[in-house]
Ligand binder design. Structure first.
Ligand SMILES: [Zn+2]
Length: 253
């Protein structure tokens, strides 16, 4: 189902990425000026300018899988960060800021929690073969937890190499055909328009097809609104992505 628009002045409980953004902003020595964001206010629910707000289009799907985002320092501050969209769709999304010299105790607690079966998602060619798993074999009583490195590519490699608490975890490398499909899409965009695509692919791998398609359609809706706002065009609410999102978000009974 689609969520009802928020009554004016009321926002839903902030999700993990929203909270990480708020704490990162609070630590900023100088105000962070998002590209194009100096002039106007942004919706606190979706980070878009109010005329292009997508809060009313936020889908409500249920997922067994969880996502754990390890975010490079500046990532939560970018208005185009798509980890935010994952947290909108996947209820059990966790987000941690990454630092080389320290690790948040809550992250270690999460990784040690037996109800989760964690996988680091990373390209196989950069990983020792013995750590790679070809697919997700669900263990009874455990839910898959996909650890995504939300960062530029050089930062992601650094996070992967310099996080000893990830070393013991299996690595899921995305299937080559699927990766090339996503890279094709990514090449038309900024490189940080890809974390939610990776999450959608992971959901698909564990059979959560509706959630995967919903996240993908939601990303496309978000991207459209983001670009139309940037080019000062009115939001097109009838795009194929909007129609796909509406078709996926059937009313619940
Ligand atoms: Zn909004």
């Amino acid at each position: 189902m689609l969520r009802a628009p928020n009554p004016p002045g009321l926002l839903p409980e902030p999700h993990a990425v929203s909270r990480l953004r708020a704490s990162r902003l609070a630590r900023s020595v100088k105000p962070f000026l998002a590209r194009g964001g100096i002039k106007g206010e942004r919706c606190a629910g979706c980070r878009l300018v109010p005329s292009h707000c997508i809060c009313a289009l936020k889908p409500d799907v249920s997922t067994q899988a969880g996502v754990c985002l390890l975010m490079a320092d500046i990532e939560p501050l970018k208005p185009s960060n798509t980890g935010w969209l994952i947290a909108d769709v996947v209820k059990d999304t966790f987000a941690f800021g990454w630092a080389r010299t320290e690790v948040e105790p809550d992250l270690l607690t999460l990784l040690a929690d037996p109800k989760w079966q964690p996988f680091v998602v990373f390209p196989g060619e950069f990983v020792a073969p013995e750590r790679l798993v070809p697919k997700v074999h669900a263990q009874a009583g455990r839910r898959p937890l996909f650890i995504l490195l939300d960062a530029t590519w050089p930062q992601a490699r650094k996070i992967f190499r310099k996080s000893p608490y990830l070393d013991a975890l299996p690595v899921l490398s995305l299937h080559p055909e699927q990766v090339s499909h996503y890279q094709l899409r990514r090449s038309r965009r900024d490189d940080h328009f890809c974390t939610s695509e990776v999450a959608a692919l992971c959901l698909d791998l564990v059979g959560e097809t509706v959630a995967a398609q919903t996240l993908q359609a939601y990303l496309e809706v978000y991207t459209r609104h983001y670009l139309q706002a940037k080019h000062q065009l009115p939001p097109d609410l009838q795009s194929p992505a909007h129609q796909a999102l509406r078709a996926l978000a059937r009313p619940s009974n």
